[in-house]
Design a protein around this ligand. Structure first.
Ligand code: HEM
Length: 419
């Protein structure tokens, strides 16, 4: 295959709009998996990086967490944004979350929140998650007495996971709308519809608002500890010392942001897949016990986290392609999750898919901390919704967000009837 075609295909990584155009994206990724699974992408405004598109290579790199580390470039950002983040960190006011850290520090900091995501805590939280799933499905049902219409993303999918995460943190319900706007602006940074402003300075303002909000929260939880995750973070000790303001805020931010858009994207993209594959919807509605497999398939199908990066600590190679010390690799989960060598008919949405060794939650020491929660949320929601639906169809064109990091649908117009 000629080099220009490969270079052209690899450019999808350096173009946020490609994630809003799935046919174009998948054509390029399929081509790269077949012809250049380790491809150099040198495209402004990004610094050069290697795009890794095969499932096996992504796992191998994540497993080798001494050779491929998260610092200093954990995710794909423009050179300007990378420089600004570095300046903020050097000035002691940049966010440094679990995804920016490597072991041994990463292990210690991850342990602070880990108990809140273990099965015991999940069983307790399930009551609240089911309750919230019911609130949102009831809203759809109440509106759908006859034939009803809504933008499922904006009216249902973005709110429900945010409420779950805010409940887990222990934040007051009156703050939820503000958090919703801030997380959308922070993660929708590449999409014109959600951008606060084109300037990096204006994006910085969003970060500062986060900082202000969470610093106040830490102070209040330290003064008066409560039974929630925010309190566990505020009162954690590492080597006998409490976390700094920036460290506590970083923790809240990773939980609030990672736990929100990812799960909304899964639920919205999962519903779209069910609408577009009526046989699969019928199969799932007829046997709800398939739900754990179906949610896993929705997560693979949507792959809301598009990539994470690692940087080599020594000269090495992948599939015979030399990677020099200091060079970065971009792990394309989207591509890995359509890898023909791992998945039968990867472009088919299949609610009973088993096995389903997708990489949507990553792999290795950074494996998603909230995976069990995300699965539970999707499971509760569809278990509540499907038995109520008589008919459902698209009422307009679904629209995807432009991003190079976390994303999925931003609009899903639907028309539905309930039983
Ligand atoms: C379907 C929904 C979700 C997806 C697809 C997802 C995906 C991911 C991915 C790909 C990573 C990086 C893994 C790696 O580097 O190997 C990650 C990390 C993380 N996720 Fe999730 N996530 C989801 C939901 C959640 C939820 C609900 C929470 C919690 C509230 C959460 C919290 C985290 C945290 C704290 C990390 C950092 C872990 C670390 O670096 O040690 N995520 N997630």
């Amino acid at each position: 295959m000629s080099a220009p075609i490969i270079d052209q295909a690899a450019k999808v990584f350096a173009d946020p709009t490609s994630y809003a155009d799935e046919p174009r994206l998948h054509a390029a990724l399929t081509h790269l998996r077949a012809h250049a699974p380790v491809s150099l992408v040198d495209s402004r405004p990004y610094r050069p990086f290697w795009a890794i598109t095969k499932h096996a290579d992504i796992m191998k790199i994540e497993r080798a967490n001494d050779l491929f580390i998260n610092e200093p470039r954990p995710l794909l950002a423009t050179a300007d944004a990378d420089d600004m983040a570095r300046e903020q960190l050097d000035a002691g006011m940049g966010l440094r979350t679990l995804i920016h850290m490597d072991d041994p520090q990463h292990r210690v900091v991850r342990a602070i929140g880990a108990d809140w995501f273990r099965p015991k805590a999940m069983r307790v939280l399930k009551v609240r998650v089911d309750e919230l799933a019911k609130v949102y499905v009831d809203k759809m049902v109440a509106a759908g007495a006859d034939v009803s219409e809504c933008d499922f993303v904006q009216e249902v999918a973005v709110n429900y996971p945010l409420y779950v995460i805010m409940s887990l943190l222990g934040l007051p319900e009156s703050d939820f709308p503000r958090m919703l706007a801030l997380t959308q602006e922070l993660f929708g940074g590449d999409d014109d519809e959600f951008k606060r402003g084109a300037m990096l300075e204006e994006q910085l303002q969003v970060l500062l608002e986060f900082l202000g909000y969470f610093n106040t929260l830490t102070a209040s939880r330290r003064q008066q500890p409560t039974e929630d995750l925010a309190s566990a973070i505020a009162n954690a000790r590492v080597d006998g010392q409490p976390l700094s303001d920036v460290e506590t805020t970083s923790y809240y931010v990773i939980i609030a942001t990672a736990g929100h858009d990812t799960t909304s994207a899964t639920i919205a993209g999962g519903l779209q897949a069910l609408i577009e594959n009526p046989d699969q919807r019928k199969r799932l509605s007829d046997s709800l016990d398939l739900m754990p497999l179906a949610t896993e398939e929705m997560i693979r199908w949507v792959t809301p986290v598009k990539e994470f990066m690692r940087t080599a600590t020594a000269d090495t190679s992948i599939r015979g392609v030399p990677i020099a010390q200091g060079e970065s690799v971009c792990l394309s989960y989207v591509s890995g999750n359509r890898d023909e060598e791992v998945f039968d008919h990867p472009f088919r949405f299949h609610v009973g898919r088993d096995p389903n060794k997708h990489l949507a939650f990553g792999y290795g020491v950074h494996f998603c901390l909230g995976a069990a929660l995300a699965r539970m949320e999707a499971n509760s929601f569809f278990t509540e919704l499907l038995p109520q639906l008589k008919t459902i169809e698209l009422k307009g064109n679904p629209e995807l967000i432009s991003t190079t990091f976390v994303g999925g649908l931003k609009h899903l117009p639907i028309r539905y009837e309930v039983r």
